[in-house]
Design a protein around this ligand. Structure first.
Ligand code: BGC
Length: 509
């Protein structure tokens, strides 16, 4: 008996240092893929959909987007959702993360009119997913804000959080009997910085060091509002879970110096703690509060540019996550020395952090300058969340690596990235992380926001944007992912040629 037992153990475990590393994903681990409404749906005004800030601004000023494309048609998932589900089925995906377009459900953003066609569309998508045993993980807000609210101060206006709560109630009511995993908002940090810190996303309002914090604060209040509405009105019957997705890179100290180690802590406080701490610890991290207050004083502001939460708000936000979604793409080295002073605009978020960053040029490079492969970063991030926030349930709700259009279907670098990062997830799980799912970004190519449709190919499936039928074709990464999902392992010897293997793996492409 000894031999088979030893062999079995060898097949599923490997010893790394003194930790025993589980080499297989448990069958209930959600391996899936993710998308968002504006990036793939198209149908921007189909069947009574109202205008979002993205619709409005990209029509009015097309040069916001590098290649002058927009989301009017995108991957046309509004009409091709059946094909998207077919793709998920081909992959063997266990779950799909997608977002609901607020103005498809509520055309003017308010509850004055509920669009039956919007309800119908998402209802059909959800039913089809469930019929194929694919679990829907639904994001309520992935950056497309009703234009009326955008014009009324957007996320700088606290009342937008109230409107968000009303929208959430309609969606919970419509789909909560079928959807059991809700993500309220996607990436407050990136979203707020692109809107208000750098002014490169609608409403193109650049107010460095001010709007970013205000926006993040209101998004936390919006998230908490939706959470409480679910808790009080729906949870008992629907029995679902509510969380939010945060973007988090992993910072590595560039030396063991005290300054660099402090810089790492500050990086985490500004980028992760700013959102995690109010939810998991009841208030902003002290080092975030202190740094912004000190900088504001130096700059002659009469009060801190980071507005404190009232005690009532603290209590309202505290404890409002049944799970946490993590969107992780890359890592960076951080440092702090004299050269950082004067490096950034004053005031600004980066100046407040008071640190510099760089990447290791030997890390494999994606089509996107800042996105390089360094999978141990995801491992460290998952362990940090475990140790800092009492081991919450975590889903990696985004992780991806854009290839270039020239790489076409042969996106081997993306496939390598996928395997490396899934290995990091397995390692973290083996060391106690409560990570329960992983969603590759993205299922199909889509509009990469202000970078447009053409430049970055995030999709496991290529979308031919020159073809009116928006044909989807499996890339090499899709074939590799299919094998990972099928076997539950990453340690197999499979390096497919997408042209040779496609027919074998995917009947429908
Ligand atoms: C966003 C996605 C985006 C991805 C790649 C994330 O910040 O949630 O919408 O496409 O990064 O840049």
């Amino acid at each position: 008996m000894l031999v088979p037992i030893v062999l079995t153990l060898c097949a599923i475990t490997r010893i790394k240092g003194n930790a025993s590393i589980e080499r297989k994903f448990p069958s209930n681990f959600l391996l899936g893929a993710a998308t968002s409404a504006y990036q793939i749906e198209g149908g921007w005004n189909a069947d009574g959909k109202g205008e979002s800030d993205w619709d409005y601004h990209l029509h009015k000023q097309p040069d916001i987007v590098q290649d002058f494309t927009n989301g009017d048609f995108a991957a046309d998932s509004y009409h091709l959702y059946e094909r998207d589900v077919e793709i998920l089925k081909e992959l063997g995906a266990k779950a799909y993360r997608f977002s609901i377009s607020w103005t498809r459900i509520l055309p003017d953003g308010t509850t004055n009119f509920i669009n039956p066609h919007g309800i119908g569309y998402y209802g059909r998508l959800i039913d089809l997913l469930l019929a194929n045993n694919i679990l829907p993980l639904v994001t309520l807000y992935h950056w497309d804000l009703p234009i009326a609210f955008s014009n009324n101060g957007g996320w700088l206006n606290e009342t937008t959080a109230d409107r968000f709560g009303e929208y959430a109630r309609i969606v919970f009511n419509a789909f909560g009997n079928k959807v059991k995993h809700w993500i309220t908002v996607n990436e407050p940090s990136i979203h707020c910085s692109f809107m208000y810190e750098y002014g490169i996303h609608p409403p193109l309002n650049k107010s460095p060091g001010v709007g970013f914090y205000e926006c993040g604060r209101n998004l936390l209040l919006a998230h908490a509002k939706a959470y409480h509405i679910y808790d009080m009105e729906f949870r008992k019957i629907q029995r679902g879970k509510v969380g939010l997705s945060l973007d988090a890179e992993w910072p590595i100290a560039s030396s063991g110096s005290k300054d660099d180690l402090e810089a790492v802590k500050d990086y985490l406080a500004f980028n992760v703690g700013q959102y995690m701490d109010p939810i998991f610890k009841g208030d902003y991290p002290e080092r975030l509060v202190n740094r912004i207050a000190a900088a504001s004083r130096r700059q002659g502001f009469t009060k801190s540019r980071l507005q404190a939460f009232t005690d009532k708000q603290k209590a309202y936000i505290n404890g409002t996550a049944d799970f946490i979604g993590i969107n992780h793409y890359f890592s960076l080295y951080v440092y702090r020395n004299a050269s950082v002073r004067g490096m950034y605009e004053v005031p600004s978020f980066l100046d407040d952090t008071g640190l510099g960053t760089f990447q290791d040029p030997t890390w494999p490079q994606s089509a996107f300058t800042r996105m390089r492969e360094y999978a141990p970063g995801l491992y460290s991030l998952l362990m940090y969340l475990k140790d800092t926030y009492h081991n919450p349930v975590v889903y990696v709700t985004e992780n991806g690596f854009p290839t270039t259009p020239a790489e076409d279907l042969n996106d081997g670098k993306k496939a390598n990235y996928l395997r490396a990062y899934l290995k990091a997830v397995l390692d973290a799980k083996a060391n106690g992380s409560n990570c329960q799912g992983y969603f590759f970004w993205s299922l199909v190519d889509g509009l990469e926001w202000a970078s447009g449709l053409q430049k970055y190919r995030f999709g496991l499936y290529q979308v031919d944007f020159n073809d009116p039928s928006r044909k989807r074709t499996a890339r090499k990464s899709a074939l590799v992912y299919k094998e990972i999902i099928r076997t539950g392992t990453i340690d197999f010897d499979y390096n497919p040629d997408p042209y040779g293997d496609r027919d074998k793996c995917f009947k429908n492409t």
